[in-house]
Design a protein around this ligand. Structure first.
Ligand SMILES: Cc1cc2nc3c(=O)[nH]c(=O)nc-3n(C[C@H](O)[C@H](O)[C@H](O)COP(=O)(O)O)c2cc1C
Length: 401
């Protein structure tokens, strides 16, 4: 029988209000230390009251070296942050909604100007987007420190009352760099075979489980990264099976790396004007070079298609290979899209990001039949703006403040 997406769902013992989650979305509403501000609680309360099944927070950094090049991101790298998270979680729980803290490390997808440290990666390969500097290849001891940072951040999440954590192993960040042979050229036990590329994630799961036996650990992975010799679905299926063995509570299936952000966050038309307005590389370029850059960017970034439901086929293939819940994200924008995912038995859960920025109450509108389609235009200005300002919807028109 086709499940009703609006009925409650039990995920690793946590009762979700329904099968539709808010996918992790950086809001830029942390203070300088990385603690969530009251404005973030207000955003999450809008989502909670708007009928979302559960919230996955924006990405919280587990280590200062792994901070993203984004405006005011959340951090989870110090115990002093726990009280602020506790206040946030209590408010969201009071609204009857579970909340998971997403934990990540930027790896090579950041800039020393932001972190004050040289970016790190499995291998010293220059990122085509963040190409100001070559990342430092992590040593054994530094890999151990990264594992410890994830485990300690999970402990902080549990102490703050979160319902679980989601490990960010997608989109070209550090753990995704380890998984993909495109960015992991190591010849030691952390690179080469899938088993070796998966090892760092396996260690993180096993050590969190030892410390916090009942605490749910979700993960977000790429089914494909669109890179030469990079992640492809058959490997992602094998990784999903390893995650199941490692005791993962649910797998969210996504795609892409920051080198082509618009592969992850798809639309029919790329927002080149917003790239020009917001992007640090454009700002750094001399005036005479800008028209050439614009021409290059317009040609280089062709929209990745399809722009709707684009991870659903991969989620379906992964779901067929594991027994743990699988979540599909990416271009799910209508009630019919939602129903199609469940009618096809393509995923156990779905998650949305962009559509909820403009309409945090979209799910309630879907449930009550008031609206069948998100108003979001997928203009993607939101995704460019977060480099330098808090998250906002531009609704297809660059709003310059
Ligand atoms: C403004 C913005 C911020 C995002 N921040 C995160 C993040 O912190 N962590 C993450 O895993 N994905 C992040 N994403 C990606 C989304 O979670 C999601 O995978 C992607 O947008 C596709 O879903 P959608 O079509 O429903 O927007 C972000 C996307 C946008 C547009």
């Amino acid at each position: 029988m086709t499940p009703d997406p609006f009925q409650p769902y039990i995920l690793a013992g946590v009762k979700l209000k329904n099968r539709i989650l808010r996918s992790a979305t950086h809001e830029g509403l942390a203070d300088e230390s990385g603690a969530p501000l009251p404005a973030l609680t207000q955003k999450y309360l809008q989502l909670a009251k708007g009928g979302i099944g559960a919230i996955i927070t924006g990405y919280a950094g587990v280590h200062p070296v792994g901070k993203c090049a984004l405006h005011r991101m959340l951090m989870a790298d110090r115990d002093e942050l726990i009280p602020a998270y506790r206040t946030l979680v209590q408010a969201v729980h009071a609204a009857g909604t579970p909340i998971f803290l997403q934990l990540g490390h930027a790896g090579r997808q950041t800039r020393s100007k932001i972190t004050e440290f040289q970016p790190v990666a499995p291998s010293a390969i220059r990122d085509q987007f963040f190409n100001e500097e070559i990342p430092k290849e992590l040593t054994e001891a530094e890999i151990e420190a990264v594992i410890t940072a994830f485990v300690q951040a999970a402990r902080r999440a549990q102490e703050a009352g979160f319902d679980g954590v989601q490990i960010h192993a997608a989109h070209g960040y550090l753990l995704s760099e380890f998984l993909s042979a495109y960015s992991n050229h190591r010849r030691d036990k952390w690179g080469g075979s899938i088993e070796n590329r998966f090892r760092i994630i396996g260690e993180i799961f096993s050590r969190i489980h030892t410390l916090l036996p009942e605490f749910p650990i979700l993960i977000k992975i790429n089914a494909t990264d669109g890179r030469k010799n990079g992640m492809r679905l058959p490997e992602a299926v094998l990784i999903a099976q390893r995650l199941e063995e490692a005791g993962c509570a649910a797998i969210e299936v996504s795609c892409g790396v920051d080198e082509d952000k618009f592969f992850t966050i798809r639309s029919e038309r790329n927002p080149i004007d917003a790239v020009f307005h917001y992007n640090f590389k454009v700002h750094n370029a001399p005036a005479w070079m800008r028209p050439l850059l614009k021409l290059f960017l317009t040609r280089a970034f062709k929209p990745s298609l399809p722009s709707r439901m684009y991870n659903v086929p991969a989620a379906q293939a992964i779901k067929a290979a594991v027994k743990i819940p699988v979540m599909a994200v990416g271009g799910i924008k209508t009630l019919a899209d939602l129903q199609a995912v469940f009618n096809q038995d393509a995923a156990d859960l779905v998650s949305l990001s962009r559509a909820l920025i403009l309409e945090p109450n979209l799910i309630e509108k879907f449930r009550t039949g008031k609206q069948a389609e998100a108003k979001c235009l997928s203009c993607n200005y939101c995704a460019l703006g977060i480099e330098s300002e808090p998250l906002r919807c531009h609704f297809g028109k660059l709003k310059i403040s």
